[in-house]
Design a protein around this ligand. Structure first.
Ligand SMILES: [Zn+2]
Length: 108
């Protein structure tokens, strides 16, 4: 199913590719700001909290890139585990989510 199929008058079950890109861009920009702030703050060698924050920001950036790839491939919004659509409410909160809540719980 094309991502851009708009159904006027009803709430779409999926984000449009355009909307997904906009949200992902926003998310990426804020992670990059976060990373920059972490790097500028320096921190001592072996600062575990800072290393963990940096790590998680970089992981999210990777997830965001993967989500962009999925938009291109037309699989964005489809759970990578069970193949079911990821609810749009979830994608609005977590635009780079690769699977639905159920699978997330199972694989976490
Ligand atoms: Zn799933």
């Amino acid at each position: 199913m094309p991502l851009d199929t708009a159904r006027p008058g009803s709430r779409p079950e999926r984000l449009t590719a355009q909307e997904a890109r906009r949200r992902l861009e926003h998310e990426r920009a804020s992670r990059l700001v976060q990373l920059k702030a972490i790097e500028e703050a320096g921190g001592e060698e072996g600062d575990h909290l800072m290393a963990a924050q940096k790590d998680s920001a970089q992981r999210v950036l990777k997830d965001i890139d993967a989500a962009f790839d999925r938009i291109e491939a037309g699989t964005y919004g489809t759970c990578q585990e069970c193949g079911q659509p990821v609810p749009v409410e979830r994608l609005e909160i977590l635009p780079y989510a690769r699977c639905c809540v159920g699978c997330q719980r199972r694989t976490a």
